[in-house]
Design a protein around this ligand. Structure first.
Ligand code: ZN
Length: 428
């Protein structure tokens, strides 16, 4: 079953095939579609073909009280305004079987989030069958590009099945549901297992892909949990060398699995919470070039921080609104940080008091928030609290008005952040 080559043939007729390099954009308040697309036009001028994928997760829609069609409208409007000719996609980000229906109309990219099912075992018969189907890998398995052959034992296959088979079966369920509603070949599928406690090592990736093939999910991107911490809006925390080694090995495993299991030929890694991970951008860039691999990098979450930076730079009413957002976020610390506890690391002692922030000029606010590590004013705790504080802004009429009034200075910051700190470092 796993070696079903017809599955491979089916892939060749697939109509929606995502490009090699794609960039997850989108923003909490759907106001910066144009500025973001301008950044991708700039990428083109720099010689990189990067296609946009607008994303906003169910969780974010709930917090901002918005519907998925607002993201589709934002994307369509930006594409029309700038005359964008290439593909673009709208991602139903982190959906599960309960939430996916809300996105059927507006999305053509589905990030199937099955992290909650990882670590829970599938039924015994399924596990046995899976181990049997992968028996041929037992022993020393050479994978092109990986120096030392992988040591595969029956125990490794079984433990991978116990950790991930149920999750992938669930992904199969969601995939088939979307396929039934939208029609095969009309959407891109991503499988995400990034929001889990434990990272997946490359050998587990092999068996996760085996399970994906067995469920006949034509996944074009996969988002594993990598080693290290991918906190929201700040740099990577972890062993960069180990990350680099595993990232390279994952790319080799994917190339091997595409051949072995007949998965879509363009299957690539997707990096979630991918914004601001400056210390691993160089290793990522080297690896995708070395292996001639594709990449999907999600960055949407910090665009709204550029709105705050733009408001601060505008001084006057804009700065006043930015300060009010901070004061309120500071006062609602537990409520705002709770849902994001596993992806932020804030040292409360290093947070500034709202009274102190009130004394600042716009330059000081912008420099404290903007992710320029060499600037002594930059404060990652301030940044992380504001990152999860979009709920506060969503409740302020004055916020939306200030964003509209200061569109130009905000757009400049959104554009520069994507081009200078992200696109140039990863893709150019
Ligand atoms: Zn994610």
């Amino acid at each position: 079953m796993i070696m079903d080559k017809n599955f491979n043939k089916k892939e060749k007729t697939m109509s929606k095939i995502i490009e090699k390099y794609s960039f997850g954009i989108g923003d909490r308040f759907a106001r910066q579609g144009r500025a973001q697309l301008e950044a991708l036009l700039q990428a083109k001028k720099l010689g990189v073909n990067l296609v946009p994928v607008w994303n906003k997760s169910y969780r974010e829609h709930t917090i901002t009280h918005t519907q998925p069609d607002t993201v589709r409208k934002e994307a369509d409007a930006a594409v029309k305004a700038l005359g964008w000719k290439d593909s673009y996609y709208v991602d139903a980000d982190h959906v599960n079987i309960k939430t996916v229906d809300l996105f059927l109309e507006s999305s053509d990219f589905y990030t199937l989030d099955v992290a909650d099912f990882s670590g829970k075992p599938a039924d015994e018969a399924g596990i046995k069958e899976f181990v049997k189907a992968n028996q041929k890998f037992i022993g020393k398995l050479s994978i092109p590009g990986i120096d030392i052959p992988l040591d595969i034992t029956e125990a490794i296959i079984e433990s991978s099945a116990r950790k991930y088979l149920l999750a992938i079966q669930e992904a199969g369920k969601i995939y088939r549901h979307v396929e039934e509603k939208k029609g095969k070949d009309n959407f891109i599928t991503e499988v995400s297992i990034d929001e889990t406690d434990l990272p997946q090592i490359p050998v587990e990736m092999l068996f996760i892909l085996s399970a994906i093939a067995k469920e006949r999910i034509p996944a074009q991107t996969i988002a594993p949990k990598f080693t290290g911490r991918f906190n929201k809006g700040v740099d990577y925390v972890g062993d960069v060398k180990q990350f680099e080694r595993e990232f390279n090995e994952d790319l080799c495993v994917i190339a091997f699995a595409v051949q072995e299991f007949g998965l879509p030929a363009n299957l690539k890694l997707s990096i979630h919470s991918g914004s601001d991970k400056f210390s691993i951008y160089e290793p990522i860039k080297k690896a995708i070039q070395k292996h001639n691999a594709g990449l999907h990098l999600k960055t949407a979450g910090t665009t709204w921080l550029e709105e705050l930076i733009g408001l601060a730079c505008a001084e006057g009413e804009g700065l006043a609104v930015a300060k009010e957002v901070y004061r309120k976020a500071f006062g609602r610390y537990d409520e705002l940080c709770g849902p994001y506890a596993s992806v932020i690391d804030i040292d409360k002692k290093k947070l500034l008091s709202p009274d102190e922030v009130d004394k600042w000029d716009g330059k000081k606010y912008a420099e404290t928030l903007r992710h320029v590590q060499s600037n002594p004013a930059y404060n990652q705790h301030f940044r992380q609290l504001l990152h999860v504080g979009f709920k506060v802004a969503a409740e302020m009429e004055s916020y939306y008005k200030a964003v509209e009034d200061n569109e130009k200075v905000i757009a400049k910051n959104v554009f520069e952040n994507l081009v200078e700190r992200h696109i140039k470092r990863v893709f150019v």
